[in-house]
Write a protein that binds this ligand. Sequence first.
Ligand code: FAD
Length: 328
Amino acid sequence: MTSPPHIAVIGAGMAGLSCATALQQAGFRVSIFDKSRGPAGRMSTRRGDGWQCDHGAQYFTARDTGFRAEVARWEQAGAAAQWFPALRRFDADGSSAVADPAERFVGTPRMTAPAALLASTLALRSGAAISELQRASTGWRLHAQDIGAFGDVYDAVVLAVPAPQAGPLLRAVAPRQAALADETSMQGCWAMMLQYAAPLALGFEAAFVNRGPLRWVARDSAKPGRDGTESWLLHASAAWSEAHMALDADGVAAQLLPAFAELGGPAPQHWNVHRWRYASTATSRTEACSWDAGLGVGMCGDWLNGGTVEAAWLSGRALAQRIAQGPA
Ligand code: FAD
């Protein structure tokens, strides 16, 4: 009996987890690697003493029927729930309530929960920043920063990382796919997490902001399944973030807190900032995924498919289907 092909998936965000899960279900042997301490990637949550705040993805849609079925599975497992925030929209000339029928979901009790659920059935190696891919006669070998070479040889490699991080890893070994990644630009986002001693009564729980440096604000502690300190999240717009990537934390706070005050938000008791270097995709692509069966190299991720959690999950699943169709 021959052993199943062994696939290395680099990146345990939603795309990598979805791809790895579907490959495993199709009978492949899968090892998944991530440079961070745990899975989830940009679906992340900052946690401190008695508080938490989702500082990456804020909510996700589930328009695709396959993804909606997956989200129903997460809901049943207690890892996701629908979120019904009182929404407002702030424009240059005023503000209005948003009555929007879109279904919005969040991870429960925090945004990382769906990723943790998916990772629980996978062989995940965290803290492994893959720094080099080597093609040997028998397959692919991986090297990781501060760790060195892994002993296993893989039949195929999947890059499930943001485009600017895929390009450098692929340039020497898969130039066509490296070019696809290199021609995709991504934009940053400054996030600010605010803590308060008591609930704020602003008259809304989340808002789209179309003026000044902010793009989105949300009362994180009012999402389903949360408890603990009153916490709010501010996201700056891509344009403002890109223009202010080099600011330090105080410099960011000096501009974002007054912008929040204009929406009614008082000064917080404590705050933190996080700089997302690659938050959103400026180039719109709809390839879903990329697979070179001859080389045994695939790419998936939100950047190939529309820039959302749902797009990332669909991209990973599409790549697994492509790999399962042909020789690994
Ligand atoms: P990622 O989540 O980025 O996963 C990539 C993984 O690869 C990471 O875990 C990273 O650590 C790992 N990695 C990278 N390089 C290496 C390496 N060399 N070796 C090992 N591991 C590596 N989407 C929505 O649907 N709704 C929203 O409201 C929303 N808001 C957002 C707000 C912000 C501020 C940000 C940052 C994103 C937001 N998104 C939102 C987008 C959403 O988070 C992403 O579309 C989705 O999470 C991307 O998943 P992914 O798997 O493609 O990439």
